[in-house]
Design a protein around this ligand. Structure first.
Ligand code: FAD
Length: 310
């Protein structure tokens, strides 16, 4: 039994989601291999070889893999799939783009968003926005799995010494082509990797207020900024800051929710945070039911006071 983890990387470095996915793969009990599919991604392959518990790294290098086009990455995975009992992806935007294609091409059912490995064929996954946990069992010969990264600790990034094997790269599928990319530039940590998140809700009232009130707190704490869907829909915060069922799933050391009511769809994205601080002027707000520290206060006075105290 050998599991293949599909690495998420930017060619030069590995994304941390890969480490959580390796932990899930290791819990299956067999060998763990990692596929680094990219272009000029030898540095990422070398980093994958350092991960504790990884037995082998497969490195596929081709210009067709440079932009992570889902069709091409899926074809690359399919070319290698026959040697594996499990193929695991992080349940990130990139992983969720490729995994269903691989499952469909193998004609197996995908196991989505697992949070626990019970045995090699049985897994736990949250359903109903995290309000219930389903135990799912698969009889498929190859299990295609996406891993909720917040459910698994990251594997140690160093300590391993796996061999890196170059594998033949698949040809360009020709089904899609890369046109361009607009990347948000930010000095802040990436939301899903941040240790601290300051998040704002509808209560902020405008984009200007959102930035004016929350940025100083995020700066003091070295935090990423997040938002509720209501704040995003109202244009107070960009779409990729959304935390929740239809946004990003996060589990930082500290999550500070400012003017967020705590709807179940928001809680689904942040309730596994280690310490939750909520600032809300409504004592009955559901966010207080998951908060470790709750401050019943007007955020427009409490947040600046907190910044001054810090
Ligand atoms: P509100 O619910 O309006 O809460 C605002 C809060 O601010 C209130 O609790 C209020 O007491 C407090 N407040 C007001 N003024 C102040 C002040 N001056 N100081 C302090 N507190 C103040 N939501 C998400 O966040 N993420 C998702 O991914 C998501 N996915 C969804 C998917 C589906 C299918 C559906 C149906 C909904 C989804 N939602 C999601 C929406 C969710 O149901 C809520 O509508 C949303 O989370 C509410 O955002 P909010 O807490 O900012 O706003």
């Amino acid at each position: 039994m050998t599991a293949l983890v599909i690495a998420e990387h930017d060619h030069g470095t590995l994304k941390s989601a890969t480490l959580n996915t390796v932990t899930a793969a290791a819990a299956l009990g067999g060998d763990v291999h990692v596929l680094v599919a990219g272009h000029n991604a030898a540095a990422a392959a070398a980093a994958a070889a350092q991960i504790a518990g990884v037995a082998k790294v497969l490195h596929a290098d081709s210009a067709a893999l440079a932009e992570g086009l889902a069709e091409n990455v899926a074809a690359q995975v399919i070319a290698l799939a026959s040697g594996y009992s499990h193929i695991l992806f992080p349940a990130t935007a990139a992983g969720k783009n490729v995994a269903p294609r691989v499952a469909a091409l193998l004609d197996v059912a995908q196991l989505s968003d697992i949070t626990k490995v019970i045995s090699a064929d049985t897994f736990e996954r949250p359903i109903y926005a995290g309000n219930a946990i389903a135990t799912v069992q698969s009889g498929d010969a190859t299990k295609v799995v996406t891993v909720r990264t917040t459910g698994f600790d990251p594997a140690a990034a160093t300590g391993g010494s796996a061999a890196v094997e170059t594998v033949a790269a698949s040809a360009d599928s020709g089904r899609s082509s890369f046109v361009g990319r607009e990347v948000t530039k930010s000095d802040r940590p990436e939301l899903t990797a941040a240790k601290i998140i300051v998040s704002g809700g509808r209560a902020l009232g405008s984009n200007e207020k959102f930035m004016e009130v929350l940025t100083p707190l995020a700066d003091k704490l070295g935090a990423a900024l997040g938002a509720s869907r209501a704040a995003v829909d109202a244009g107070y915060a960009p779409n990729d800051w959304q935390v929740g069922q239809t946004g990003k799933i996060v589990a930082p050391q500290l999550y500070v929710a400012c003017g967020i009511s705590g709807a179940i769809q928001h809680l689904a994205g942040m309730k596994d945070s280690k310490v939750i601080v909520a600032i809300n002027k409504d004592a009955e707000a559901p966010i207080f039911s998951v908060a470790d520290y709750g401050l019943e206060a007007d955020l427009f006075t409490a947040v600046p006071e907190l910044v001054n105290a810090l």
